[in-house]
Design a protein around this ligand. Structure first.
Ligand code: 5RP
Length: 228
């Protein structure tokens, strides 16, 4: 199976955990796209009644096109389960997210969700975080000074740009800075440091967040329990 087939596999597996009446957080990314397709099938074929809260405009659009009811986070009083992708997951189930520039909304949805499930192909499972560049969502105002500060701190930052040379913009119209760290030995310490820098809205370290991980492996989906 190629990587896309593994993504489809975990997307289809994840929707088996969705129950009638749930309020569901819907993540963002190419793996989640498969999950939304599979969810749309269940809504159509089984008449499954759920409400989705999307972590990006693109996920909202896809879900609505498949007949899934979408509400804003502020319109619901809780979320039962959020299903999202990830860029890296380490041995302690700590994660990096934001490869799709959606980690701010993803984190807000995640912390408001009773349970969080991540769906990944096996290439995302790593021993140490950091090979994947760590995304930061930053306010455009003064962002070159934030970049300079991060550079002086040795974090090897770069703005994420589009092919036409303009900044990648998040759904909140902010910029993304990626930190090319190579290896993150102390994710909680790094998170605290980044939380203290004015101008950074949110970083892509998702620590102590996920409950269940579904990993797409060649011999089928593997379900891992990270925490209850
Ligand atoms: C978006 C994310 C995605 O979940 C993450 O980038 C994984 O994406 P993909 O499934 O396309 O590999 O955090 O901000």
């Amino acid at each position: 199976m190629d990587q896309n087939a593994l993504k489809a596999l975990v997307g289809q597996e994840a929707v088996k955990y969705v129950k009638d009446g749930m309020i569901l957080g819907i993540g963002t990314g190419s793996t989640v796209r498969y999950m939304i397709d599979a969810l749309g099938e269940r809504v159509k074929n089984e008449g499954l009644s759920i409400i989705g809260v999307a972590t990006s405009d693109r996920s909202a659009k896809q879900a609505e096109s498949l007949g899934i009811t979408i509400k804003q986070l502020d319109e619901v009083d809780h979320l039962d389960l959020t299903i999202d992708g990830a860029d890296e997951i380490d041995d302690n189930f700590q994660g990096i997210k934001g490869g799709g520039a959606a980690h701010l909304w993803e984190k807000i949805v995640a912390i408001n969700s009773t349970k969080n499930m991540w769906i990944v192909d096996e290439s995302k499972m790593v021993h140490h975080l950091g090979k994947f560049p760590l995304p930061l969502e930053v306010i455009p105002f003064g962002s070159s000074h934030v970049l300079e500060k991060l550079d002086k701190m040795g974090f090897n930052p770069s703005f994420r740009m589009q092919e036409d040379g303009s900044h990648v913009l998040t759904d909140s119209k902010n910029y993304i800075i990626d930190l090319h760290l190579g290896r993150i030995d102390h994710p909680h310490e790094l998170a605290n440091t980044l939380n203290g820098i004015v101008g950074i809205v949110e970083h892509g370290l998702f620590l102590d967040t996920v409950n269940t991980v579904i990993v797409g492996r060649q011999d089928g989906p593997e379900v891992l329990t990270a925490r209850d």
